[in-house]
Write a protein that binds this ligand. Structure first.
Ligand SMILES: Cc1cc2nc3c(=O)[nH]c(=O)nc-3n(C[C@H](O)[C@H](O)[C@H](O)COP(=O)(O)OP(=O)(O)OC[C@H]3O[C@@H](n4cnc5c(N)ncnc54)[C@H](O)[C@@H]3O)c2cc1C
Length: 476
């Protein structure tokens, strides 16, 4: 390590200039702190560059203006209901009770919120109250307010931004107090920076297939996370004495259509498996050739948890020619002609003249698939489905037969660094590591959402916790 130093000591060193790091640095600088903001990528923004950026906050001014009655208490109650009590109650409370302040601040900065917000609409289990917000340019709309606020402080000389620079280590004194970071720039030059409060806002590990598999036990199926979400902060926290939690909270979404090729794969398209948007005509069949959930199950959370029990988080959408001709195309934004073409060209689209050859083609037991379809057809004839499905317009008996492969997975990190209510990184015995804090996706969806996808409970806690750290750590 060279002795080259970045003119510390800093009042705060922020590792990662993304969703959490930007507001952390801004707030600390606004309070008069000298902040070093280190970013491995050449540009700032982190996951906001790819995220939908949907947020939830209760008790906001925008809700009041639109006559929506809401409160953090109600939000917390709903988050507990949706996560079945598996969310970290301390972090949930800290986020939810400070979310309105953070969202109102974003609105003051000019956040370009979509007209229909606050909304009840969500890709996840719905809230009962309209408290869901997103920008016209999704995650980039969030960045459009966070970046100028940070740049203003940079222009005033309160923040020094180092892009293209990776934090590779933490400095700790003999008493274990974290008092700086080790850095390497794009040209391989090493340096260090000393400072009082080191804040790990370096995001998750969902672009790192090896770490993903090691930490949550599943392959990284989709190439959908921000490329610099490599989990560096996890290694830094653990090396300083911290530990990880939340592995048991892994949840897969209900599937994507993926491109051909090795994992992680890019997304080819998305099947509309949302019964509220398109009632299912098809059946969903697992690797054993069996149905595993009623396809019109209204709860997305129930569907997602059902998929979690299936081998390789995978299933086939199976249908026949009569469904192909009559039903609205199942792939979002695809015409019937595009679908027909996909059966000639794509690995995940399969067609066969009989159920037996379809089964062989997709690698499920032939007898089982035929039996599953026969049972479904009997249910259609009797108007009573074994899994309780109510939308069964036609039976599946007109060749050719079709199957489309859906792959579950997640684009965020379940496992997270353990922290206390002040966001200090803690050791396994609960003792805080002095000088070291963590916030954002590095805390893991297991802590921020529990074993459910809770609408807006990643981006909003990032911004809230970033702000709180910036406000609380720098005393002036
Ligand atoms: C496609 C997609 C859609 C999503 N949609 C939503 C949504 O609608 N609502 C929601 O709540 N959540 C959503 N999420 C999740 C949410 O966007 C993220 O959890 C959140 O933005 C992460 O913020 P962060 O600050 O923790 O990390 P980031 O915003 O990724 O910031 C971390 C920064 O640290 C940098 N960094 C990493 N390692 C180092 C290092 N060693 N040294 C220096 N810098 C480093 C990275 O380059 C990055 O800029 C989505 C995620 C994805 C991928």
């Amino acid at each position: 390590m060279s002795s080259n130093s970045n003119s510390g000591p800093w009042d705060m060193i922020v590792v990662g200039a993304g969703t959490t790091g930007l507001p952390a640095a801004t707030m600390a600088a606004q309070r008069g702190g000298r902040v070093l903001l280190v970013e491995v990528a050449e540009k700032i923004g982190g996951t906001l560059l790819v995220s939908f950026g949907q947020m939830s906050a209760a008790g906001t001014r925008l809700q009041a203006e639109k006559g929506i009655e809401d409160s953090p208490e109600k939000h917390l109650e709903e988050v507990m209901r949706i996560s079945r009590g598996t969310i970290d109650p301390v972090l949930a409370r800290l986020s939810i009770f400070n979310a309105a302040d953070a969202f109102d601040w974003m609105m003051e900065l000019g956040f370009d919120v979509q007209d229909q917000c606050p909304s009840i609409e969500s890709a996840h289990e719905r809230y009962e109250v309209a408290r869901y917000y997103w920008g016209n340019d999704f995650g980039k709309s969030v960045l459009d307010v966070l970046e100028p606020a940070m740049r203003e402080q940079e222009a005033l000389g309160c923040i020094k931004v180092l892009t293209g620079t990776r934090v590779t280590g933490l400095m700790q004194d003999r008493d274990g107090i974290v008092n700086g970071v080790e850095l390497i720039d794009g040209e391989g030059r090493e340096s260090s920076a000393a400072g009082k409060n080191v804040v790990l806002t370096s995001g998750g590990y969902a672009a790192n297939p090896v770490m993903f598999r090691r930490l949550c036990g599943y392959k990284l199926y989709l190439n959908g996370a921000y490329e610099f979400a490599q989990g560096d902060g996890y290694d830094l926290a653990v090396a300083a004495g911290g530990y990880l939690r939340g592995r048991d909270k892994y949840l897969s979404n209900f599937g994507w259509l993926l491109e051909d090729g090795p994992y992680p794969k890019s997304m080819l398209g998305r099947a509309n498996t949302y019964p509220e948007a398109r009632l299912p005509w098809e059946i969903y069949v697992n690797a054993h050739g069996q149905r595993f959930v009623r396809e019109d199950e209204p709860s997305i959370d129930v569907r997602e948890h059902a998929l979690l029990d299936q081998p390789e988080l995978r299933y086939w959408i199976v249908f026949d020619d009569s469904i192909f001709r009559q039903a609205p195309p199942i792939v979002y934004d695809w015409s019937r002609e595009q679908m027909a073409e996909a059966f000639n060209t794509c690995e995940v689209f399969r067609r066969a003249d009989s159920l037996e050859s379809l089964a062989e083609d997709i690698g499920v037991p032939g007898g089982a698939l035929a039996k599953t379809v026969a049972e479904f057809n009997a249910g259609v004839a009797q108007g009573r489905d074994a899994l309780g499905r109510s939308h069964m317009p036609v039976s599946i008996d007109t060749p050719p037969f079709y199957a489309i492969r859906q792959q579950g997975g997640s684009v965020s990190s379940t496992v997270g660094v353990a922290v206390n209510e002040s966001l200090q990184v803690v050791r396994p015995d609960g003792a805080a590591i002095p000088g070291l804090y963590a916030a954002g996706e590095i805390l893991g969806s297991g802590q921020l959402q529990g074993n459910a996808f809770v609408g807006g409970m990643m981006v909003m806690p990032c911004i809230v916790f970033g702000r709180l750290l910036g406000q609380r750590l720098v005393e002036f």
